[in-house]
Each structure stands twice: as structure tokens, then as C-alpha cells.
Design a protein around this ligand. Sequence first.
Ligand code: ADP
Length: 502
Amino acid sequence: MKEYLNYIEGKWVPAKSGKTLESRNPANGALIGVVPDSGTEDVNDAVDAAARAFEKWRKFSAPKRAEIIVRAVEILRARKQLLGEMLTREMGKVIQEARGDVQEAIDMGMYMAGEGRRLNGLLVPSELPNKWGMAVRDPLGVVGIITPWNFPIAVPSWKIFPALVCGNTLVWKPAEDTPVMAVEFVKILEEAGVPPGVINLVTGYGEPAGAALVDHPQVRLISFTGSTETGRLIAMKCAQNLKRVSLEMGGKNAIIVLDDADVDLAIEGILWSAFGTSGQRCTACSRVIAHQAIKKELLDKLAARASKLRLGDGLLPTTDVGPVINQEAVEKIDAYTQIARKEGAAVIVGGARAMDGALAQGFFYAPTIFDNVVPTMRVAQEEIFGPSLSVIRADSQEQAIAINNQTNYGLSTSIYTTNVNRAFEAMRDITTGLLYVNAGTIGSEVQLPFGGTRGTGNGHREGGGPVVLETFTEWKTIYVDYSGRLQRAQIDTDELSSRIVR
Ligand code: ADP
């Protein structure tokens, strides 16, 4: 059995308590390894180490910090296949998607390494002569990173690379379901030359390890991706300590298919978005809002395709849909199938745990489609985080958009139409963080912001684009007066400028 350790101040160490937790393959229950089940003491050690490393790291120039990221990218690229296989074993997603998870970290690393030679501030004219006004980005200090299991490499890379290039040191608490991938990622950062204490890894459960990180007074930012319930709790704790918090949470993402859409194209987007990663993406499509004129055609074709999807171990080339993450997930997904039935929806595909042959050893749930769903039903409002799709009818574009906008989430929406005017109206009227026209709800790229409106987040954006720097830096505004005399802003301005004109 393989035993993995925490990484604190450049050393691999067990939890102080000696306790461990197991990581298992969701496709067959095989033990992957054990990792520290860390507590408050371990988190405190990690934060102390990060605080000690900060002074040196912030003075290490940003281009030099970026060079370390470039080296990490090179290692990730060289190990992409191997990491992909490990990721499929620990998390379950099919191998192409697991390689994509690693690729996203490579992309993010390249993008952020470029920031090392950019990290723009502001340089603007002063209202007074012989005075210079500018604003620069300062690192925050020690940042806490808490990540989910559904993207074990990509999501951490959205946080770790910008945090490092901006000059922060960090403590990372990865999800308890995918800790081994976190160890592998940190090993790569160590090999790439991240100095001791700059990145620290503490594995364990949300309580106590994650909570200890959130509560620690020296942690200046919590960057969190996970469920809305946990995010809300973290935000409340951070508010008490005036700690910055960046939240990326749930979704109830919809694909709208209008009557002029290319229905076959829409079906490809729906299958990929609803059942890829077994529906366990925050951007997964869990609602189809279909115009009544094409709904029957769409649903018939969609049901035929969905019922043919092959479940299995994500490493097998014959597998379309892998397992869900654990027993709890199977139970939650199945509970929503029962809720759908009770609320009057029709289960037209799937609707049960898949137990045939080898599937019985893992956590598999059949791709599921609910028809006759109305927008107020729980299956149309609540995040299921599994391969369950609700189909809702709309009579017009306006109604479809209104249905889309009436949930507590606002992460990703897509619309299929061949009419450019309607596409632009939708771009104006849909309330969402990500909008796709004629593509599914998943597929964001690292050079643009990622995040959502309403209950999906708290206004921060991560995952890409220059805006991530806002999360990981603090503005410092600097005025330099080289006039050699007292110059008073707003007061001496008129007198001084008229003297210059004369
Ligand atoms: P999921 O339901 O997808 O597992 P969670 O929000 O429970 O989502 O988990 C996301 C991350 O948040 C995980 O790393 C988990 O350990 C962590 N976490 C869970 N509860 C807490 C908490 N009370 N404080 C801090 N982190 C937590």
C-alpha cells in the first residue's frame, strides 16, 4: 500500500496525529493509497512555514517566479499521459477528459508564466506638476486554497499558478476524494524549483483541516471551489475576520434550443455537456430548455443516443461515461430521481444505479433524462451533480430566457439558434457568467474569466484571463513628488497650473 505525505516547508511529513485517510478508485473500489488526515496543528505548521517563506518569495522577481512555473509546465507536459491515467484511477473521469484536466493546467501555467513579465499596474498623469502617480500590485501574503475533486489538477492550477506568480505563498487543502493527485502536483512544483515553504500541502477533510485554514488569522485570502453550502459557511467566517474570499460554487446550467436551431448539433452539445464527467462539472448541463416546435424531435433523438452511452472504467477505450465519485453521490443522484418521479416528471432514460457485471464494484449511475419538467420542480432548480438531465418546454425565446434566469445559480448557459439577431438578443438578456452560442455549456479556455452570477459565486473570477490577478493581489497606489516643495492636491492645482501657463 502506498502512503503519501503532507508537504510543509519543503519536507514530506505525516499528520501530527499519525491519522490517515484512504483514497479509492470509484470505478472498482481499489485502494490507491493513504494520505494524512490532517488537523489544526498541521495546518498551523503549514501556515507558519508559508508566512516565513513570504518575505523572500515576494522579493524574488516576478519573471523569476514565472520561470519556475515554466519548468512546472514542462514537467506536466512530459507526464501528461501518466498523470491522466492516475487521475482517471483516483477521480473516475474518462481518460481523454483526464488528459484534458492536465492540459488545462499546462495552459494555465503558460498563461500565468506570461504574467510574470506583465503584471500590469496603472501609470496615470498627476494633476500637479513634477509629481508621478501610479498603482502597483502587491501580493497578499499567505493564501489558503481549498479545492474540489472534480478537476483535481485543473482547478488547483487556476489558483496556484496566479497565487505564485503574484508573489504569494500558499497552503493548499485538496479534496478528500482526490488527495493523491494533489501530492503528484506538488511533487512537480517541488521538482520545478518552488522554494521550501512557498507551497505547502495539507491533506484531510473539510473539518477539521479546511476549517482550520479558513479560521487562521494569518491567511489573507481563501480561494475556494466547491459546494454552495460550504462556500457560504466559509464566506461567513471570512467576513468576521475581514478576510478576502473568492468563491466558485454550483450551477444549474441550461442549454436553450430554439425552433430554428440545428437540432443535431444541439444534441452533440447536450450529450457532451450533460454526461461528460458523468455530469460532475460545475458547468455541466442539467437543464435543456427546448422550444415546443422542436422538442419532440430533439427528445426522441437525444433519448436514443443517451441510452446507448456505455458506462465503465474510464481507462477502457470502450467507455463513454465513467463512475460518479462515491457512494454518497450515487445516493444523492438517486434521491433526485425519486424526487423527479414524485413531482410528476417522466423518467425516459436511465433513472437507476448501474450494477451490471463489473459495474457493481464501482459507483455508476445510468445517464438519466427527465421529461415533462416544469421550472419550479426541484430537479429544475437544485444542483444534482450527476448524469441527470431535466427537459423543460418553452413556447418562445423570451420564455426560454426567463426560465434560464430563474434559478439561484448563474454559471453557464448555452443557446442554439441559426438566427444571428436572436443570438445577440440572448447575449444581451441571459444572466450568466459564461455564455455559449451554438456550443454546449462546457469548454472554457484559460485566457478568459471563469465564474458565475447569483449563487454561483461572490463576484470574483478565476480560471483565467487577466482578472484573476484581482483575486491574488492588493493594489498599492504610489505618489512621488519630485517638485521639492509642498504641493497640495485639489488645493494648489489651479494656482500652480495657471503659473505654468503664464
Ligand atoms: P463537494 O460536495 O463537491 O465535495 P465541498 O464543498 O464539500 O464539495 O468540498 C469542497 C472542498 O471544501 C473540499 O476540499 C472539502 O474538504 C472542503 N470543505 C468542506 N467543508 C469545509 C469547511 N467547513 N471548511 C473548509 N473547507 C471545507
